[in-house]
Design a protein around this ligand. Structure first.
Ligand code: HEC
Length: 198
């Protein structure tokens, strides 16, 4: 005898529900507790990479460097790309005000036409001297990043700050002095990272 159509439909629906629930169970395999990927890192290995200096100066290393030491280092390690006074280029301008026109540097317009990176400058744009240290330590000199010692980075940072008239020629930079330097770029900056502003 033929089953009534309602019974057949009910049977079909039951099968569908069963098939779907089995499929769903298959689609969510339980992850093993340990997939066996990666290597645990030693503390010393992590420290090599955890070199971020925060705006408030947190994580600045011990050591120090003077403007005078930095001036010598700068000529040997940086001037070839950034120019003897930090303004000539071809690489980014490190000293002076923003914009195309500089009354104390009338030829800037001509250089900027050749090297566009010369519009901005560390003295005009960087909000923190502390992160300038971070950048130089991890990225400069461009051809040999991380080759300078912490003392040398303090010294070239001091020299750049002096080129921008932000510290006197007798200044010595270290983890106490650097966070106290107030950069002109701070006013042009909004820090959307609570709890770490100096
Ligand atoms: C071989 C060329 C070269 C040398 C040498 C070099 N730099 Fe640079 N520097 C660059 C270039 C190129 C940039 C731009 C990098 C970028 O934007 O990715 C730069 C960028 C910078 C900036 C960031 C400028 C900004 O406003 O964005 C600083 C600061 C800086 N250099 C400092 C130094 C210091 C200090 C030294 C010496 C210890 C040095 N550089 C040596 C090529 C060089």
């Amino acid at each position: 005898m033929r089953k009534p159509i309602v019974a057949e439909l009910l049977g079909l629906a039951l099968w569908l529900v069963l098939a779907l629930s089995v499929g769903a169970a298959r689609a969510q395999p339980v992850a093993p507790a340990n997939v066996g990927l990666g290597l645990p890192l030693e503390r010393a290995q992590i420290e090599r990479f955890a070199i971020t200096i925060f705006p408030d100066g947190r994580s600045l290393p011990p050591g120090q460097g003077s403007v005078a030491q930095g001036a010598k280092l700068y000529q040997a390690q940086c001037a070839a790309c950034h120019g003897a006074k930090g303004i000539e280029g071809p690489a980014a301008r490190l000293a002076g005000s923003d914009g195309f026109i500089g009354w104390n540097d009338p030829l800037r317009v001509l250089r900027i036409r050749k090297y566009p990176l010369l519009v901005v400058s560390v003295g005009a744009r960087w909000p923190y001297a502390t992160t300038l240290f971070d950048y130089i330590r991890r990225a400069m000199p461009h051809h040999a990043p991380k080759s300078l010692s912490d003392d040398e980075v303090y010294a070239v940072t001091a020299h750049l700050l002096h080129l921008n008239d932000l510290v006197p020629s007798a200044a010595v930079m270290n983890r106490e002095a650097l966070p106290r330097v107030v950069m002109p770029g701070l006013d042009k900056t909004a820090l959307d990272w609570p709890n770490i502003a100096p």
